[in-house]
Design a protein around this ligand. Structure first.
Ligand SMILES: [Zn+2]
Length: 55
C-alpha cells in the first residue's frame, strides 16, 4: 500500500515541488505532469512522466 507518509519524501523531479496523490497517479500541478503508480509503487523517472492536457 502506498502510505501517505511516502509523499513527504517524494517530490517532482522537474520542479522539486510537492505532488498530489490521485488514485493511480502522483500529480504535479506546477508542471502539468503526472507520474503513474503501478502496484502501489510510484514511477518517478523522466521516461514515466505523462503530460496532463491543458484545457
Ligand atoms: Zn513539477
Amino acid at each position: 500500500m502506498l502510505k501517505e507518509e511516502i509523499l513527504d519524501f517524494i517530490v517532482c523531479i522537474r520542479c522539486k515541488g510537492d505532488l498530489k496523490k490521485d488514485e493511480s497517479y502522483l500529480i504535479c500541478n506546477k508542471c502539468n505532469i503526472k507520474y503513474p503508480i503501478k502496484n502501489s509503487i510510484p514511477h518517478m523517472l523522466e521516461e514515466h512522466i505523462i503530460a496532463i492536457d491543458e484545457e
